[in-house]
Design a protein around this ligand. Structure first.
Ligand code: 5RP
Length: 215
């Protein structure tokens, strides 16, 4: 699948334009995008990064990383996903970077999602849904998630997010109304964000292949 990830990532370079500040996601597919973006480092104004991991990779290529507050609204955000449905709604957060990813997606005019074919599903929920929680609310949020969704939350042991929080992964879901579930989970006190990108889905999805499929 790594070849498919690379093909999707390299196709996303077509959306980069001179002078842009590019929003950059997190993960192994995005790593290929960052490597391809290196050829553009003197043509773009810089990048806004969604994680310490992506920041390190961007800087290793000499790409300037800019704070989102200084950058303002972005034209383009490129990121991967753990699942993608036919309506471009996503599950993200397998790399625990969901909150910063969601902030940058919201700040961006065009969100280009790059995936390998294994990420495409008819209905979201086969991949356990990540939820970032404030540490003291972990048990409370887990109980509420069971009540709300019927799924089984599992604490991602040993993982602390870049924001100092914890991740609960909710297993055994079949998410028929992702917009409603996103809204309901967001209202539980102690939830920082949920890895459902349904209210603000991707605008363009690139599925790696020869040639990549764009929808
Ligand atoms: C990180 C993410 C990633 O985009 C998602 O986990 C996909 O990762 P990969 O490209 O390594 O398959 O949401 O929080």
């Amino acid at each position: 699948m790594s070849e498919m990830k690379r093909l999707a990532a390299e196709r996303a370079i077509d959306y980069v334009e001179d002078g842009m500040i590019v929003g950059v996601g997190t993960g192994s597919t995005v790593a290929y995008f960052i490597d391809a973006l290196a050829a553009w480092k003197d043509r773009i104004a810089g990048a806004v990064s969604s994680s310490e991991q992506s920041t390190a990779r961007l800087q290793s290529h000499g790409i300037e990383v800019i704070d989102l507050n200084a950058a303002g609204p972005l034209s383009l955000y490129v990121d991967g996903a753990d699942e993608c449905d036919p309506h471009k709604r996503l599950i993200k957060g397998g790399g625990a970077a969901l909150t910063r990813e969601k902030i940058i997606a919201e700040a961006s005019k065009t969100f280009v999602c790059i995936v390998d074919p294994s990420k495409q599903v008819p209905v979201l929920g086969r991949f356990p849904l990540p939820v970032e929680v404030i540490p003291m609310a972990r048990s409370l949020v887990a109980r509420e998630l069971v009540r709300l969704s019927g799924g089984q939350p599992v604490w991602r042991d040993g993982v602390v997010t870049d924001n100092g929080n914890l991740i609960l992964d909710v297993h055994n879901l079949s998410i028929v109304d992702p917009v409603a579930l996103e809204r309901e989970i967001n209202q539980i006190p102690g939830v920082v964000s949920v890895g459902l990108f349904a209210r603000r889905p991707a605008d363009v999805v690139i599925v790696g292949g020869e040639p990549p499929q764009v929808f």
